[in-house]
Every structure is written in structure tokens, then in C-alpha cells.
Design a protein around this ligand. Structure first.
Ligand SMILES: *Cc1c(COP(=O)(O)O)cnc(C)c1O
Length: 825
């Protein structure tokens, strides 16, 4: 690599323009470098100008991305440095590999199908007393995440723990060079991500490449395929490698492991230890054994030390939750960990979801950073400043001691108790509040105080599942097709503002709502994407203009009223026309111009150059059902004819779109210039062709208010419909039809999920309550109950009562609180 590139090692690396907020980054702007990466959906090169204006002066750019126009544009930034390379990602990876070579410390590399992140987090917790650990933040284990993680390594660290995840052949080689582990852990092999690989063997072989230069490999010998491939492949390249194996089933292994309930005995070559496990579910036990065997490999720990470390272990929750707070606050609850990169990610989420005027951060001491205290807190202070935090509250002795780095308005408390006793909680209002603390500070107590108490029923929305679904449909339509996302009806019940903020963050092209007031609410929550309004009543025209909302026009009457309105308004001209969306009726016979009306539309529009057809669209009546395929084809043909007439008459080409979620899957060839994604985003693949491709997004929970045993012959609920033929344990739930639990699911038609058991409804569903039969379940008052989610899919509920998933989703009433969360980064 050139010296010009190598000097970038000391810089702050930026790969996402959204990391840069305001006029500064976390490091001074002149010490930051932006790697412009061309991805399938984003092209980093598009953000060079924006980043330059924010003060960034160093850029790594890709030769193939530099069109003549772009090259000319770069001349506008004479004092910036541009390093031209073939691939920015590869350069970043090579730089990270070079960075890794500067250090001679032990590095643990972890791969496998499950448990990577948990083993990494636990190992870091278990070894924190003896090492200054650097580790991947959250689950940063990709081609991009790994180099960014390893770049965190500095000379205060004495141990590195990094995870690597791959989904395709040939990906591990680059990650191996960057992590260069001395000790390897292969957790498990499962079926996840099998798509990219021909066989499981190929997948195992590819993953094992992470360890070709390691001196030690740790794995469970009960996975015969891992053992086989490790012996075949790794022994060949590195005959001296030590395999530290373990087995729970008596297979030949270095550590024989036995488990009885929460007692675990490890019989190794040097020692036998018996320990009490803090977690006993099978996955946790596997993860714990990996950690213990690794510890014993690194040092001769005795049983007492191991036990005391285990006792401190906390479950790893990667959830970061968005909750409704008291006094109109929005809470971001992130008590998962508190390293600097985690803080950076949480602040980024705060920016993404920000909806209030003021931003508050409540932060604890950062534990075990491996950084010099002064450097660390100076960096934290700079991060807060760069993210425009208005109010900072620091909790912990070390933060208090370093208060001079922070804005003078900041407040400090030595302990969480001191904060809870002395801080006037009600002084927080109308703010976005990030609560982020290391485990020992028990920040959940702060969250409890700040959170608006929710009544027993909650709809949890998994933002990572939403993102997964968005990416799935994006991949299906490809980079050349634009994406409009339907967020009408409260984003299908999921919560418009939060979903729209996520979509804006992921840069979809358009949003669509049914009514003007839905669009206004999005604007008031900071959404500046173009928004189509499908039912624009003339009384709302002024509102549309005021908030920059774009109407769908579907009839001559509406077209006239709108164009007259814009004409009188006088703000628009042929140079600056107001965009609108033209709806064509190709067979739904709901709203829209019929094909034979298009010539009249064209004629009419000639007199109104101050309005412009931004997009033209139609809607399939039966994309979700193969029996209507012929009709769908007919609709497509009609639409193409209509748009051809329109284009010829207008002299320009509006964006054309026809497909909804099911259409995207069933008719990929009809995607045209844009598609309209709806229910698929919210977790229902309505064509049922690719059922498992989308993840379920919403989980509707409630709680058991009361349980009692009722003798046979008695009846339960209104109108004596629920007559019992056996003695039964009946539980009353805090959900009724007014919450959206459809009354047709009563009298045993529907069931709910209680601690792993399906329990049928009994009697009629009431307005606010429902009775279920829990005779066969382990159930107690106060227990959580799932109405729908992963275990009980919305499609199944819909089938039970002869309706469609749309109705179930949008039926969850607004009085049910929405809680948004992220599982990973
Ligand atoms: C709601 C709606 C969609 C989205 O449909 P899904 O089946 O939810 O994907 C698309 N187009 C129009 C016109 C809509 O009203």
C-alpha cells in the first residue's frame, strides 16, 4: 500500500455518512477519513459534497465510481485529499490487517452459526479482571464490521476478542487477515445462512479458514462434521495447532463435560472443576462451556475464581428499546453495554429516531475500556458535542472526576441512588432521552422511573426484523427499481413515526399515506422524504402545499380542482411544477382514470405546466393469488398502454409503478420504475410463495390478571356461551376486542400462547378482557401471554376467522402501547 494510504491508520474511519452529524465527527474532522463504498443500494460517493461541508477533508474513492461529472465535481473541493483505489472496502480491510500486525497480543477469533456474540461478550466479562480487552461492538462481524472493530485495537489493550460472520464462500480470507486470531473458537454449526453455500461441509470449511494461522482451536467434538473438517483442513496447513475439544456426550475430547441441572463438571488434563451455572438453557450451557474451556486454555484458573467470575455474569441482551416516556419524552433504553463504540451506535440511533426538540443523555462510567481515562472521557465529551446533546447527566465516580471535559451545564452523580434521590425527574419533558449504563449501575431503575407505565397489553415492534424485510424486498427488485413504502393506517398498525424514521434512515424513495393528516404528522416528526397522499380531499389542499405533500389524483374533477388551486396559489411555474401522482384504474374499479380517459388528461395538463405528473400507477386486484394471474397480466398490459399514451402526450416520462408486496414476489418482471411495499415490510409475505423470507415484526403481548378453577357445568363470560364440560383453570387476560383482539376469536376459535402452551379462548371475548383455558399450561397470575408473534403467526389468526392479515394488523387499537426495539446493532 502507498504511504498515502497507510497514514490513514491514525484517522477516525467513517464508512457511513450518517455517522457525521452537525459540523464535526467524533474525532476532529481533519483527522477523519471517509471511505466511499459502492453498495447495492447506496453509493457512498454521493455524499462527498455533504461530508465536505461538514468538515471532512480526506476521502478514499473508487476509480470506477468516478464518472467525468463526478471528477469535475471533485475540483470544487481543492483542499480535500482524494485517494483513488479499486475498492474502498478492500482498502479498508487491508488497512485494518496492517493495523492488526502492529500488535503482538493474544487475540481470540470466534466464528460459528450461533452464539458468537454471546461467547464474545461473556468471555470479555469473565476475563476483564486480568486483561484490558478490546472486542467487537455488538455483533460487528461482517466484511465491514470486522475491520472497523479491529481498528479499535490500541497499545493499552492486552487481549482482543473479535467475531467473524460470513454468508458466502470466499469471504473468510479477508476477515482472517484482519483478525489473525491466535486462539480460535468454533461455536456451532447450524442451517442459518446455508443459502450461500453448496453444502454444510463447504460452509464449515470456509469458516475454519479463520483459524489457519492460529495456534489453538477450541470446539465441541459432539459436532462430528466440525471435528472431521478441522482435522482434514487445519492439520494440513498447520500441523502444530492444538485442538482443545470438549464433549458433553462422552466422545473423545480434551475436556469431558458432565451436567446435572445447574451443576457442571469439566474434567481436563490438568484439573477437574465443578461449577454452578448461572444459566441452564441448552444454548447458554454450550456458550458457557466454550468460555470456561477458553479461560482454562489461557490460564490455570482454579474453581473458586471461575465460580466467582460466573456469578457476576449477566445475560447478554442486545435489545435497545424505544419507549414512551413520562412528560412526552421518548426513551431510548440501552443498558446492554457501555463501551465507546456502543455509545456511538446508540447516539446514531438517537439521531435516526429523534423526534423531540431536546436531546438528553444519561450515561454511566465506561468500564474496562482499556483506554487512558482522560483520553476516554475527552472522546465521550466530543461525541456528545458532535451529536448536539443538549443536556448531559453523568453517573459514576469516574465520570464525576472527569467532569471538566463536559459542557458546564452537565450534571454529575456518584451513584444511581444519588441520582434517583436528588434529580428532579419531572424536569425532563419533551425530550429524546438516551439511557445508557454499564450493568453494575442498574440503569433499569432509571428507565422504570422515566417510562410511561403501560397497561398490560403491548405491541412490540422489532426494528431489526423490519430492516431485514426491507432489505429482502430491495434485493428482490434490485438497485434500479425505486421503492415507495406504504405507511398508511399507522404503518399497518406498527406506528407511523418510528417506522417512517427507520425508512428515512434507510433512504427509501417515497412514502405513501391515505390521508393528509397522516402526512402532516410525519412531517412534524421530522420526515422529509417525498410523501404521496392517496385520498386528498379539496379541503386539505392548503395543508398539502403547506407541508409539501403530494396528492394522488384519480378523476377529472379532482385534477381540475387541484390544478386550479395551484394556479391560484401562484407559487408554482413550468420551471418549478408541483408534483402529483396519477392513478390509473386497470381493473380494481375503485379510484383512478380509465384507460380511455388518458388522452383527455393529457390535453388538460397542457394548459397547466405548473403541475407535473411525478409518477403514474395502478394497483393489482389479485397479486396474492395465482388464480388471478391472467387478470394481473391483463392489468399490466392495460397499464403499459395507458402510460405509453400518457408519456407520448406529456413529452416526459413519469415514474411508473404497479406492484404491491405480493406482486414483487409473483411478478418480478413487472417491477417497472418503482414498487409499492406494504404488508411484506410488516412481516407477512402475502403471496405465500416465499413465506419464510420475511421475519415477523410485531408481537402482541398481554398479561394474566386472574386465574381460578371453575367446576364442570358452570359457564364463563357473557351470555353463558362458555359452558365447561370439565373442571378447568380459567385465566382472565387484560385484552379485549377494544384492543383489537377480534371477537370472532372467542369460544375456542382462537388460542393464545402461554409459557409455551397454546390455550384456547373460553366464552365470548369482552371489550377489555378475554378468558382462556389454562388447564394444560403452566400459568400464574401476572404471566406474559402472546396473542400473535413468532409462535402464533398473524396469518394463522386471520385464517381462523376468515379474514386477511391486514385486518389483524391494523386492528390493534391505538390505545395499545407500541414498544420498539432493536436486537443487534
Ligand atoms: C396499501 C397499498 C399498497 C400496498 O399493498 P400490500 O399488499 O400491503 O403490499 C400498494 N398500493 C396501493 C395503492 C395501496 O393502497
Amino acid at each position: 500500500m502507498t504511504t498515502q494510504v497507510l497514514q490513514l491508520d491514525n484517522f477516525q474511519w467513517i464508512t457511513d455518512s450518517r455517522q457525521v452529524i452537525g459540523n464535526a465527527t467524533n474525532a476532529p474532522a481533519d483527522q477523519s477519513v471517509f471511505f466511499a463504498i459502492q453498495g447495492e443500494h447506496h453509493d457512498g460517493h454521493e455524499f462527498i459534497g455533504e461530508l465536505y461541508r461538514k468538515g471532512i477533508r480526506h476521502f478514499v474513492v473508487e476509480r470506477t465510481a468516478l464518472t467525468p461529472n463526478r471528477r469535475a465535481d471533485l475540483l470544487n473541493y481543492p483542499d480535500a485529499q482524494f485517494v483513488e483505489v479499486d475498492s474502498s472496502l478492500q482498502t479498508l480491510q487491508e488497512l485494518a490487517a496492517a493495523h492488526r500486525r502492529l500488535f503482538r497480543i493474544p487475540v481470540v477469533g470466534i466464528t460459528g452459526s450461533n452464539g458468537k456474540t454471546i461467547v464474545k461478550e461473556w468471555l470479555a466479562q469473565l476475563l476483564a479482571d486480568d486483561f484490558a480487552v478490546v472486542k467487537s461492538p455488538k455483533s460487528y462481524n461482517s466484511q465491514l464490521g470486522v475491520p472497523l472493530s479491529v481498528h479499535e485495537l490500541n497499545d493499552t489493550h492486552t487481549l482482543g476478542i473479535f467475531e467473524a460472520g460470513i454468508s458466502r464462500p470466499h469471504e473468510m480470507q479477508a476477515l482472517e487477515a484482519i483478525i489473525r486470531p491466535t486462539i480460535g473458537i468454533f461455536t456451532t454449526i447450524g442451517t442459518a445462512h446455508d443459502e450461500g453455500f453448496r453444502t454444510r461441509k463447504q460452509k464449515i470449511a470456509e469458516k475454519l479458514r479463520l483459524f489457519i494461522h492460529a495456534n489453538t482451536l477450541i470446539y465441541c467434538n459432539d459436532y462430528a462434521e466440525i471435528d472431521e473438517e478441522a482435522n482434514l483442513l487445519l492439520k494440513a496447513v498447520n500441523a502444530d495447532m492444538r485442538f482443545i475439544t470438549w464433549s458433553l456426550t462422552g466422545k473423545k475430547a480434551v475436556y469431558q463435560v458432565e451436567r446435572q441441572q445447574d451443576r457442571l463438571t469439566l474434567r481436563g488434563p490438568a484439573t477437574t472443576v465443578t461449577l454452578t451455572l448461572p444459566f441452564t438453557d441448552p444454548a447458554s450451557v454450550d456458550n458457557l462451556i466454550h468460555c470456561l474451556v477458553t479461560m482454562l486454555t489461557i490460564r490455570a484458573y482454579d474453581a473458586d475464581t471461575l465460580q466467582s467470575r460466573l456469578n457476576r455474569l449477566r445475560p447478554v441482551s442486545m435489545r435497545l428499546e424505544l419507549k414512551e416516556g413520562i412528560n412526552n419524552c421518548v426513551l431510548i433504553d440501552d443498558s446492554y453495554n457501555n463501551d465507546v463504540v456502543g455509545l456511538q451506535l446508540a447516539l446514531r440511533f438517537l439521531n435516526q429516531q429523534s423526534s423531540r426538540d431536546k436531546r438528553v443523555v444519561i450515561l454511566s462510567d465506561v468500564l474496562q475500556s482499556g483506554q487512558r481515562e482522560a483520553d476516554l472521557y475527552e472522546q465521550v465529551a466530543r461525541l456528545l458535542q458532535a451529536n448536539d446533546i443538549d443536556q448531559f447527566i453523568g453517573i459514576g465516580p469516574v465520570l464525576s472526576h472527569n467532569r471538566h471535559f463536559f459542557a458546564s451545564t452537565s450534571q454529575f452523580f456518584a451513584t444511581t441512588d444519588e441520582f434517583l434521590t436528588n434529580f428532579p425527574i419531572n424536569s425532563l419533558h419533551d425530550s429524546d432521552v438516551l439511557v445508557k449504563g454499564a450493568r453494575p449501575f442498574s440503569f433499569e431503575r432509571i428507565v422504570n422511573r422515566l417510562q410511561r407505565k403501560v397497561h398490560g397489553t403491548v405491541l412490540e415492534i422489532n426494528l431489526d426484523a423490519l430492516t431485514h424485510n426491507l432489505n429482502y424486498y430491495r434485493e428482490r427488485v434490485g438497485a434500479d427499481t425505486k421503492l415507495m413504502v406504504m405507511v398508511k393506517a399507522f404503518a399497518y398498525g406498527s406506528g407511523s413515526a418510528e417506522v417512517a424514521q427507520l425508512l428515512q434512515f434507510h433512504r427509501v424513495d417515497y412514502l405513501a399515506v391515505a390521508y393528509a393528516d397522516e402526512g402532516v404528522s410525519l412531517r412534524q416528526n421530522g420526515i422529509d422524504l417525498p410523501i404521496m397522499v392517496m385520498n386528498p380531499a379539496p379541503e386539505t389542499f392548503a395543508t398539502l402545499v403547506e407541508f409539501g405533500l403530494e396528492p394522488e389524483l384519480y378523476s377529472m374533477r379532482l385534477l381540475r380542482e387541484w390544478s386550479d388551486f395551484i394556479d391560484k396559489n401562484g407559487q408554482r411555474s413550468a420551471e418549478n411544477p408541483y408534483p402529483f401522482h396519477l392513478k390509473v384504474d386497470t381493473g380494481m374499479h375503485r379510484l383512478g382514470f380509465l384507460e380511455d380517459e388518458i388522452p383527455a388528461v393529457v390535453e388538460y395538463l397542457k394548459g397547466y405546466p405548473q403541475v407535473r405528473v411525478a409518477t403514474v400507477f395502478s394497483h393489482l386486484v389479485g397479486a396474492d393469488d395465482a388464480q388471478f394471474n391472467a387478470f394481473s397480466v391483463h392489468q399490466y398490459d392495460t397499464f403499459l398502454r395507458a402510460t405509453a399514451v400518457l408519456e407520448a402526450g406529456l413529452g416526459y416520462k413519469p415514474i411508473r409503478h404497479l406492484l404491491n408486496s405480493a406482486g414483487i414476489v409473483r411478478f418480478p418482471d413487472y417491477r417497472l420504475d418503482m414498487v409499492r411495499l406494504g404488508i411484506g415490510l410488516y412481516g407477512v409475505e402475502s403471496s405465500q410463495i416465499e413465506k419464510d423470507a420475511v421475519r415477523s415484526v410485531g408481537t402482541l403481548h398481554t398479561v394474566i390478571s386472574q386465574i381460578k378453577t371453575i367446576p364442570a357445568g358452570e359457564s364463563v363470560g357473557y351470555s353463558r356461551r362458555g359452558v365447561l364440560d370439565h373442571d378447568a383453570r380459567i385465566a382472565t387476560l387484560a385484552i379485549g376486542y377494544a384492543d383489537g383482539f377480534d371477537r370472532r376469536l372467542g369460544n375456542g376459535v382462537g388460542s393464545v400462547w402461554v409459557n409455551g402452551t397454546r390455550c384456547p379462548t373460553v366464552g365470548n371475548i369482552c371489550m377489555d378482557m378475554t378468558m382462556i383455558n389454562v388447564t394444560n399450561a403452566s400459568a400464574a397470575e401476572g404471566d406474559d401471554v402472546i396473542i400473535f408473534g413468532n409462535e402464533l403467526r398473524i396469518t394463522e389468526l386471520a385464517q381462523q376467522i376468515g379474514t386477511i392479515p391486514y385486518e389483524i394488523l391494523t386492528g390493534v387499537s391505538e390505545r395499545v402501547k407500541r414498544v420498539f426495539y432493536k436486537e443487534g446493532n
